[in-house]
Design a protein around this ligand. Structure first.
Ligand SMILES: [Zn+2]
Length: 223
């Protein structure tokens, strides 16, 4: 019995306290002992079960814990909000086409939360025909077909990530989101609490209208 308990404790601690090592930077790096995002949770799911299986949702375990914690707090405080996350990285980091970053386990793409015409939070439809959400084009007013970008849910998500990161001692380097759409984010209830995040000032090589990209900060070794 004692042996059994010891084995169970070992397994629990091994999964709970797995520690990753990141190397280099988000644009030239690699990763050891990565964690994979859960495929889904109470209020979220991956952008593609096929690409999840293909191994495109690995990240640094500390960053993974922040992302999962944030979803858990949103499930408690805003249970109606539905979220979809996008690409994170390979199991061992490194080049992650077509992204220029996502190389050392600290980059995460989040597909934008949306509301349907009834005002209900629904997952962004992501599938092979819209390149798993990345080909979706939102208008500057935040509209796509009969869906509307839910800025309130997005702001609460960013706030939840900020709090979860602070609780775990993980930094947030930057948030990439179309600068032309940030004015709507500034009208949200949570804005005053997330205004200090480092939002992109310039448009990057992709538009970042269908997803926002976060780079976390953790100590990494030299590549
Ligand atoms: Zn990205």
């Amino acid at each position: 019995m004692r042996v059994y308990v010891a084995i169970v404790l070992f397994l629990v601690s091994a999964s709970t306290y797995a520690s990753s090592t990141c190397f280099g930077s988000t644009s030239a790096g690699r990763l050891e002992n990565a964690c994979r995002m859960p495929s889904w949770g109470a209020n979220y799911k991956s952008y593609s079960s096929v690409l999840w299986l293909a191994g495109r949702t690995y990240l640094h375990c500390d960053a993974q814990a922040v992302v999962v914690d944030a979803y858990a707090s949103l499930a408690q405080n805003y249970p109606s909000y539905q979220f979809v996350y996008g690409e994170t990285g390979n199991q061992y980091g490194g080049r992650f086409k077509p992204h220029k970053t996502h190389q050392n386990g600290l980059s995460v793409d989040f597909m934008v939360p949306v509301k349907n015409s009834e005002g209900e939070s629904v997952p962004l439809p992501t599938h092979a025909f819209n390149r798993y959400g990345y080909d979706i084009e939102f208008t500057l007013a935040g509209e796509y077909k009969d869906l509307e970008l839910d800025y309130e849910a997005m702001a609460e998500h960013l706030l939840a990530i900020k709090k979860a990161a602070a609780a775990r001692g993980v930094g947030i380097w930057r948030v990439l989101f179309d600068p032309k759409m940030q004015s709507a984010l500034k009208q949200t209830k949570a804005w005053s609490q997330i205004a200090d995040l480092n939002f992109s000032k310039k448009r990057s090589w992709v538009r970042h209208d269908d997803h926002y990209h976060i780079d976390f900060v953790l100590p990494c070794k030299q590549l």
